[in-house]
Design a binder for this molecule. Structure first.
Ligand SMILES: Cc1ncc(COP(=O)(O)O)c(C=O)c1O
Length: 367
């Protein structure tokens, strides 16, 4: 579908360097306490890089460097031609490493690329890059039961030089991995969130449905302010009318009532793969599901609420504060996540860890 050179064999490239890097890192690795790993960046052995030039993607390069040499006029730096993805590899009890729904991330990166006129990454190239990055860093996949996982970060940006506002002619695609600790160290703990009316992360006809960096920098003012006020995150409303729930920071929102899983439909939110999966799980558990506009006023009718995404799977919401209208919506007063949230969370995590049969065909073993 999209142009690329053929005949790559990533396994044979630069492996000597990777082995050397691996030996150097081994000593450090032995000191890692996987159960205390933060949700942050840790250097691994190598990353995979591709360049798009003259209308086609080139061969993969396995790099042991954490740095890139980038043109000072690259459009990724000046005009925000940049998109990324985030997915995780899980170590199962059986010692097999599995990736969760990687094809959905590949498709979403194509959508993001097309949304900001970048050269899309073919699904097959995405697969090759992601699986190779995991395989070449297999020792960094945290052990089963530690709660930690290997986070995979594909990154695409305009690396060609332009001064006028136009799409670059050259692009760079990089996949790096880093082991990350569990989002909630003491298990699922309900958090407090605050409704934000002073900042929009994306406009209705803008880039909200694409996973592009600009959306995240646009959200920072609200997120930092929320954190300073003691909240876990800010909940953004629809930018046009400020009536409907959009999403909560880097996660989709859901509410539960009357055996129904309800999640916002909006033209400015990211289509969360975790949310898609929770919808399917809720259906399989006999629940009704609704994806529709969710007015702020409906918050008072939910029995449970949560935010979902790759990082935490689910962040149960204990309380939502709407300071502008002096309202507080409470979902759990005993400090525990609600029963539906727990059931959905446990089921999804069991599938991801390989503890329960993958009846939906979501997991791919990295071999
Ligand atoms: C803005 C935003 N919404 C939602 C999500 C959750 O999406 P996913 O479940 O695919 O990680 C993310 C994280 O990727 C995000 O950045």
């Amino acid at each position: 579908m999209y142009n690329r050179e053929s005949g790559h064999n990533i396994e044979k490239i630069n492996i000597k360097n990777v082995l050397l890097r691996h030996q150097l890192n081994n000593e450090l690795m032995e000191k890692i306490d996987w159960t205390k790993l933060p949700f942050g960046y840790l250097k691994t052995d190598c990353n995979i890089r591709y360049r798009y030039k003259n209308g086609k993607w080139g061969k993969p390069e396995v790099s042991t460097s954490e740095y890139i040499d980038i043109h000072i006029a690259a459009t990724g730096l000046h005009y925000g031609q940049e998109a990324f993805e985030g997915l995780k590899a899980y170590m199962g009890k059986d010692g097999k490493v599995r990736l969760f729904r990687w094809e959905e991330n590949a498709k979403r990166l194509i959508r993001s690329a097309e949304g900001i006129i970048m050269a899309p990454v073919p699904v097959e190239m995405f697969r090759e890059a992601v699986f190779s990055a995991v395989k070449l860093n297999m020792n960094y996949v945290p052990p089963y039961g530690s709660g930690a996982t290997l986070y995979v970060r594909p990154l695409l940006f305009g690396s060609g030089a332009e001064v006028g506002v136009k799409p670059a002619a050259e692009y760079t695609f990089i996949v790096f991995v880093t082991p990350v600790g569990p989002y909630f160290k003491e298990g699922l703990k309900p958090c407090s969130m605050v409704i934000c009316r002073t900042v929009d992360r994306a406009a209705p006809l803008g880039t909200g449905t694409f996973k592009v960096g600009g959306n995240y920098s646009a959200s920072l003012r609200a997120l930092i302010q929320a954190k300073e006020q003691g909240y876990a995150s800010a909940i953004f409303l629809d930018a046009r009318e400020k009536i409907y729930i959009d999403e909560s920071g880097p996660a989709n929102f859901y509410g539960i009532k009357d055996n129904t899983y309800i999640t916002p439909k909006s033209d400015s939110i990211l289509n969360s793969i975790t949310n898609m999966s929770l919808i399917e799980l809720a259906k399989s558990m006999g629940m009704k599901t609704e994806r529709r506009r969710v007015p702020v006023t409906e918050l008072s009718t939910f029995a449970e609420a949560g935010a979902c995404g790759t990082a935490a799977v689910i962040s149960p919401i204990g309380k939502i504060v709407d300071p502008d209208v002096n309202m507080v919506y409470e979902y759990c007063t005993d400090g525990k996540a609600g029963p539906v949230t727990m059931k959905l969370y446990n089921k999804l995590v069991a599938i991801q860890n390989g503890d329960e049969p993958d009846e939906f065909g979501w997991m791919t073993v990295v071999e």
